[in-house]
Design a protein around this ligand. Sequence first.
Ligand SMILES: *Cc1c(COP(=O)(O)O)cnc(C)c1O
Length: 454
Amino acid sequence: MPNLRSLPSVEQLLQTQLAAELIAAFGRPLTLGAIRSVLDEVRASVSKGADLTLPDRESLLEHASACLDNWTTSTLLPVINASGVILHTNLGRAPLSTATLQAMQSIARGYSNLEFDLGTGKRGSRLNHAEAILKRLTGAEAAVVVNNNAAAVLLALSALANRRRVIIARSQLIEIGGGFRVPDVMKQSGAKLVEVGTTNRIHLTDYEQALAEPIAMVMHAHRSNFKIIGFTEEPGLKEIVHLSHLAGVTFLDDLGSGALLETERFGLGHEPTVQESLAADVDLVCFSGDKLLGGPQAGIILGRANLIAKIKKHPLARAVRADKVCLAGITATLLHYLKDEAEREIPVWRMIATTPEQVKARAAGWAAELGQGQVVIGESTVGGGSLPGESLPTFLLSLAVKSPDKFLENLRQQQPPIIARTENERVLLDPRTVLPEQEGALLVGLKNVLGRKN
Ligand SMILES: *Cc1c(COP(=O)(O)O)cnc(C)c1O
């Protein structure tokens, strides 16, 4: 058994040049902690009877340095999304536009008039900033921005339907993922669910009958991530809204993604737009900031001024409010729509608008640069709770490797990590979702992994 007495002390290690460098980089307390932890580890394995040669100073400090790197590397890292899923919830949904990032940075860097009226010099409201542009863009009477769309639904129901009955079709009792289930959120708000229709068929008379009782709200939830096909029926939005209004009942439309542009223009199916909900005369419509809108995480509620006023006053509004950086980002993203430049400036729409030929040229460029791989036809998806079952024709770089799963794992270990997919024993990479500025890093990562034995 090695003699622990010959193990250097913390003080001895601290006196070395390498320790001085570690202290300069990581601070004294953390460096001390790392050195102690390394020494403890050696002592622990020796006392467990491990027959090891005691490490020398240099290797102890190298070990401490690795510890420090590990402790101080954020676990949240940028990745390269070569999966072809444009709004990948697990990969952080929408990448932001340059103007959005600039706006967020300039507000985050210093002070702002977040809740300060520059005209009067008195207290202002943080909600005014994004509200003005949302009103101009959509023609809605009023708007409020909160932390995310789940919060928007919860807040709207809590403020307007607490302890009261809310009608929803059985086909809309959906689960979005990440624990968001429409019926659970409705219950959490204190609303009492009145389910109408069946899973596949809902008739207007189902709503009519339910509306004969006292009802606080009719809710409509977009089936963001699945489709019902076959023997199905559902009344149009306009008809249900009309019926609700005849009964004097408020109508809330949870759009989920909430596109502001028509997805058909890009060869996709129809994703319900915010404009068409408002045209159907819904009282309130809510949607996410980081799905098809292409902005930072947020939830947006638009609609009647009297209802939005109630929502803003509810105590939960404070708990789910959007922070200044989000408000700056949402406003900047919305400006792209107002200036009719969304398709050019917002990365999500730019990716959607990329033609198969453009994607093909990139994939071919990668194959040429790597000296291997084939360019094959494939499909990209929009994802992120929009356009279920819809895809965009694309071209993929296809790599034949020995162990595709191992290859994917190796790609994930690159810096930045690369996320690809496999199909039929081949590794596939979709240029559509790879940001142009990440292309260099992607090729370096691919070359690293291809250089090993695959
Ligand atoms: C995505 C989605 C939500 C939740 O939105 P978040 O912004 O993720 O909180 C709620 N409702 C529907 C219909 C959705 O698609």
